[in-house]
Design a protein around this ligand. Structure first.
Ligand code: E4P
Length: 218
């Protein structure tokens, strides 16, 4: 299962990539807005693509298919590892089909139902991003959506990759892994929560105390 970092903070991406913890990055316009400052967004995307050896999702902001294709083509030209992220709308799927036919990789985002995921796959999406946390927020069952899409894609031999998104806590990750999502994108906080276990810390403390009691050096 591939793990992506859901941020546009280049320092966070470098830290996780250098530790070998991530296989790629996802961004969205809200995450890009957080790091916008006075800089050029294209420079930010290029710095991210340079920091990680894997796919980097860069989202269009046009609402019409023609504008999305134009933005997506420019984004894809920035680096070999750019994946163009498109909203799950009629225009988004038109743009997905057009960009796919040009060999551009795509990530169809803001997916909240299994039929939407089927339509995105039929438009040629490389990745589909179902949003778990945002469904939970409105009283839905985010994990149920991941399971449904897995079942639909398996039923019909669809190779669009399921990218579990809007992950808010480690349990979302555990369930996505067991259901068989192909990838998950995590905010930095959740990524580092995955590393931690109280018994790891306790065990390490006990090992070191026992070793120290010998007075020897390694
Ligand atoms: C994924 O592509 C999105 O950027 C992200 O996972 C959204 O997460 P949120 O619902 O926590 O904003």
């Amino acid at each position: 299962m591939k793990i992506f970092l859901d941020t546009a903070e280049v320092s966070e991406i470098r830290r996780a990539a250098d530790a070998g913890l991530i296989d790629g990055v996802t961004t969205n316009p809200s995450l890009m807005a957080k790091v916008a400052g006075d800089g050029d967004p294209q420079d930010t995307f290029m710095a991210i693509c340079d920091a990680v050896d894997g796919p980097v999702s860069a989202e269009v902001v046009a609402l019409d298919a023609e504008g999305m294709v134009e933005e997506g083509t420019r984004l894809a030209a920035l680096a070999d590892n750019i994946v163009v992220k498109l909203p799950l709308t009629e225009d988004g799927l038109r743009a997905c089909r057009a960009l796919t036919s040009k060999g551009v990789k795509t990530n169809v985002t803001l997916c909240f139902s299994a039929p939407q995921a089927l339509l995105a796959a039929k438009a040629g999406a490389t990745y589909i991003s179902p949003f778990i946390g945002r469904l939970d927020d409105i009283g839905g069952e985010g994990m149920e959506l991941i399971a449904q899409i897995r079942q639909v894609y398996d039923n019909y031999g669809i190779d669009t990759q399921i990218l579990a998104a809007s992950i808010r806590h480690p349990l979302h990750m555990v369930e996505s892994m067991t259901i068989g999502a192909d990838c998950a994108t995590l905010p930095p906080k959740v990524l580092y929560q995955l590393l931690k276990h109280p018994l790891t810390d306790k065990g390490l403390e006990a090992f070191l105390a026992d070793w120290k009691s010998t007075g020897k050096e390694l």
